[in-house]
Structures are given as structure tokens and as C-alpha cells.
Design a protein around this ligand. Structure first.
Ligand code: MTE
Length: 331
């Protein structure tokens, strides 16, 4: 995003540092040195990461299993992004703007007690306790691609249920056209709030029909366990066909409105981040192309970037929501 550096926090050797195969074969002594020396260790670490050594959750958090989802599009056969990458390379500006900040600092976040206020244009407004929300509907596993506007992507097995399960229960009025999602802004717990990089709280929004779409997920977990704090504990939104910034973490309020809500990134840089923010390889960010993406964990030396798919690959499911709309104008 605007204020971020694009370098990953992980380092791995660049192509120019790797010795060609022929040289390996010809110089065995040198190779032996490589295997025991610092350069060898770096190579070994890199090879390990490529081998997907750590795809699973380590079992430190409470289990939260979900039944395999039957929602069309909720499962992709693509290789999962390793748990370590999903939980250590994050955007959660309330804890800092560096990719490593959330994992380093969000441990302090208190996720109990936790409530979510539902208000605005609904017949049944109220305050929902997290324990109630956890039991509101059966948990499903949804394997979604997540595409960040910065140009990287992951494949994550989320656990949760369709947001429409909650929306139906609160009965939106005829005036409800949009839904705003407010996330926690607590200075005592979130050191990033001292920065003026965004207007706090972080607010995102959807049109009501987008929020009602079965793919829109209220997520409570990933990899069969409750959400790690850095990924938005105890509950967050996941809207798989939109850039990741639409998926607010650590939700505290859901407000139904008649007018399109003001959203944090749109207010910060309106020409760069639109309200819709549908993943679209044909509409570039003003400062970079959106045609391709770097899949986290696949960023090896010779790995080519992947082509970005229209609506992040969910066009069959959600394309109809935007029939007749100029997606260059409503970016
Ligand atoms: N939610 C809050 N509250 N604060 C944030 O900074 N960053 C967004 C989104 N939700 C963000 C947020 C962005 S830019 C992305 S790409 C995703 O969270 C990243 O989710 P992940 O860290 O679980 O991959």
C-alpha cells in the first residue's frame, strides 16, 4: 500500500549469489565448504522453505474445526500457503506498518471478553457476545485465495460461516443499502494507533448484496484453529474477490446504512483505493500494475509471478453483482 516498502521481511539469496551447477560439480572442496559454511546454511534454509516444511498449524491455539464447505467457489485446489507465512507476513496497521509487526506485537491483544455491536438500519439491533457468535451457525472450512492490493497473494483455509447467517437474523430494513465494518481501535493495546497513517478506527464497507453473498465469510479461525491475533482475532471479515484491505480484522461493530460509508483506505488515498476494490487485473493501481501477483511461499529464485484473475478467480460466483457497471470507474 501507499506507505509500505515492498521488500519481504524474509531474506533469501538473489540469483547472482547462486553458483551454477557446473561449478558445483567441478569444485567439490568448495561445495563442501558451502555445505558447512554460512552460504550453505542460507541455501539450506531457502530449500527448506521451498519444500513446504511447515504447512500445518503448530497446535498452540484452541482447535476450531470446520466442515468442508459446500458453497460454490469456497474451495480451491491450489497449494495452501504455509501456516508460518500466513501468520508472520501480515497487514494489521494497528500494530505497525511492517509486515512483521503484527506477529511481534499483537500477542497482547485481549480477545475475551469481546462483543460486536450491530446497529443502524436493522429491525433487531443488538450487542452480540463472541461466544454467541461462535455458535450462531455451523463452522465451515473455506479455502480462499487472498490477494493483497500490494501484489502478493496467499491461499488460506479459513474457518467460519457466511456473513449472511448473521445479517438474516438482524433483519435489515428496506433502507439498508450498505454495511460498514468497524474494527477495534484501542490505544492501550495497539501501538500502531499512534501513527497517523490511517484515520482510526479502520472501517471498511460493502454493498448489502455483496455482504449477503454466500462467499462473504465471517471468519473465526484458520488452519483448524482459532484466529491468531495477528490475523484478526477473535473474528474478521474475508471477502475473497476483493483486495485484502476490504477484509477488516478484529471486528467490533457492524453498521447498516443507507449511504455508502466512508472507508479508511478510500479516505487516506481516494485515487488509489476505491470503495469496490474488486480484484481486477485490467485496472492498475496508479503506481503499479495489478496484472500479476507473487504467491507467498513460491517466491523462489526462478519462480514467475502468477497472472492475477478477474475477481480473484471468483468471477463465476460474483460477476453478476456488477453486471452493467463500469469497473474502471468503480475501482
Ligand atoms: N484490518 C485491520 N483492522 N487493519 C489492517 O491494517 N489490513 C488489511 C486487512 N484487514 C488491515 C485489516 C489488509 S491490507 C490485508 S492484505 C489483510 O487484512 C491481510 O490479512 P492477513 O494478515 O490475515 O493476511
Amino acid at each position: 500500500m501507499r506507505y509500505l516498502r515492498h521488500a519481504r521481511t524474509y531474506d533469501h539469496p538473489v540469483a547472482s549469489e547462486i553458483t551454477p551447477r557446473a561449478v558445483y560439480a567441478a569444485r567439490r572442496d568448495w561445495l563442501r565448504w558451502m555445505a558447512t559454511g554460512a552460504a550453505g546454511a542460507t541455501l539450506a534454509a531457502w530449500a527448506n522453505r521451498q519444500a513446504w516444511a511447515q504447512t500445518r498449524a503448530p497446535g498452540r491455539l484452541a482447535a476450531l474445526p470446520g466442515a468442508a464447505s459446500k458453497v460454490a467457489g469456497a474451495v480451491t485446489m491450489e497449494k495452501l500457503t504455509a501456516y508460518d507465512d500466513v501468520t508472520s507476513y501480515n497487514n494489521f496497521y494497528e500494530f505497525g506498518t511492517d509486515k512483521a509487526d503484527p506477529a511481534r506485537r499483537a500477542g497482547r491483544l485481549k480477545t475475551r471478553p469481546w462483543t460486536v455491536v450491530v446497529e443502524g438500519e436493522v429491525r433487531k439491533p443488538g450487542t452480540y457476545d463472541i461466544e454467541t457468535l461462535l455458535k450462531l451457525a455451523p463452522m465451515e472450512e473455506r479455502i480462499y485465495r487472498l490477494r493483497c492490493v500490494e501484489g502478493w497473494s496467499m491461499v488460506i483455509p479459513w474457518v467460519g460461516y457466511s456473513l449472511n447467517e448473521l445479517i438474516r437474523r438482524v433483519e435489515p430494513t428496506g433502507n439498508a443499502k450498505y454495511v460498514a465494518f468497524h474494527t477495534l481501535a484501542d490505544k492501550t493495546q495497539m501501538p500502531g494507533l499512534n501513527s497517523r497513517v490511517l484515520l482510526w478506527p479502520y472501517v471498511e464497507g460493502l454493498r448489502l448484496d455483496e455482504a449477503m453473498h454466500p462467499l462473504t465469510l465471517l471468519a473465526f479461525g484458520l488452519y483448524g484453529e482459532v484466529l491468531p491475533n495477528q490475523n484478526g482475532a477473535p473474528l474478521r471479515l474475508v471477502v475473497p474477490w476483493k483486495y485484502g484491505f476490504k477484509s477488516g480484522k478484529s471486528l467490533v461493530k457492524i453498521r447498516f446504512t443507507e449511504k455508502q460509508p466512508q472507508t479508511a483506505w478510500n479516505v487516506a488515498a481516494p485515487h488509489e483505493y476505491g470503495f469496490y476494490a474488486n480484484v481486477n487485473p485490467t485496472v492498475d493501481h496508479p503506481r503499479w500494475s495489478q496484472a500479476t501477483e507473487r504467491r507467498i511461499g513460491e517466491d523462489g529464485l526462478f519462480t514467475r509471478k502468477r497472472p492475477t484473475l478477474m475477481f480473484n478467480g471468483y468471477e463465476a460466483q460474483v460477476g453478476q453483482l456488477y453486471a452493467g457497471m463500469d469497473l474502471k470507474k468503480y475501482y
